[in-house]
Design a protein around this ligand. Sequence first.
Ligand code: ASP
Length: 333
Amino acid sequence: MNFSHLLFTAAIILSSALNGQNSLPAIIIHGGAGTIERGMLDAETERAVRGDLQAALDAGYALMRDGGSALEAVEIAVTLLEDSPFFNAGRGAVMTAEGKHELDASVMDGSTKDAGAVAGVTTIKNPVKAAVAVMHHSPHVMLSGPGAEAFAREKGLEEVSNAYFTVPRIKKRFTELNKAEGHLPPEEKEFSKFGTVGAVAIDASGNIAAATSTGGMMNKRYGRIGDSPLIGAGTYAHDATCGVSATGHGEYFIRLGVAKDISDQMEYAGKTLAQSAEHTIHKKLHDLGGTGGIIALDSEGNHVAVFNTAGMYRGFRNEGESWTGIYRNEDPR
Ligand code: ASP
C-alpha cells in the first residue's frame, strides 16, 4: 500500500468515525405512532415535543458514554418520556372508559434475557421503574394491578394519585371523543389512541436493552391490556440479534408477537434488521390490518424506525449522529 493509498484509507476510517455510523453506545426512542400530520401540532408544541425527545436521547446516551449500561439508559429515557405530558405514558396517558388511567410497562435485558413488566397500574409514578424492579427484585416477569402497586410501594417507588396522570389535552380529547365518537372520522379516532413511549439502547460492551411504557388505548374497558407490557409483543431484546420497542394497535401486535418476530427472522433466517422489521410491519402487520410501528437496534448498532402510520415520534443518538423525527415524509438523518 503506497502513502497516498494509506492516507485515503485513513481518511475514510476517520470520516466514518466522525460520521458516527454504527458507533457504540447508541440509543433510539419513540413517543408513539399514529395519524400525526404536518400542521396538527403548532410550532411551539412541535418544538417542545422535539425538545423532550432530545432530552430523553441525551440522558440515555450520556449515561452510557459515562460507562452506564443499556438497561440503565432505556430506564432513564423512558422515565423522562413518562414524565413528559406529550406522550401516552405516565403523565399524559390516555383515559379508560371510566375516565381513569391504567398504565402498562415492560423492560428486557438482551444479555441475560431477564425481563420485568407491570400491567394495569394506577398509582405508580413511573411504571418503567416498577418493571425494572420486578425484573431485579422478584422471581416473576409480570405483576398486575393492586399487587404490582403493593410491590412497587414495598420497593420504595414513588406513588401519585391517579389524577396526576391527567393532562388537559387528553381530558379534552376524552370528553370530545365521548361526545362525538360516532361522528369522528376513523383517523381521528386513531390519533387519540397512540403515543406509547419506548427506548432501545446498545452500550459500549454491546449489551442491548429495550423498554416500553403506555397508557394503552383511549376508552379501553374491562382491564384491557395491550402489547406494551408483553415480552415478545411490545418489547424484546436479544444481544445476538436486536432490541425492539413497539407502538400501535396492541391487539395486532400481540397476535403477531411483533418484537420477537423481528428478532426471530434475524436469528433463524439470517435477515438484516431492516429486512426483518420491514417484513413484520409492512407485510405481516399490514396484511392483518394493524397500524403502528417499531424502533430497533441490532448488535452492530444499526438502527431502524419502521411504521405504517402517517407519523411516529422518534429519535436516535450515537457519537456522531443525533436526530428527532415526527412525520413520515421526513428523513431526519
Ligand atoms: N400499543 C399500545 C397499546 O395497544 C398503544 C400505543 O402504542 O399507543 O396499548
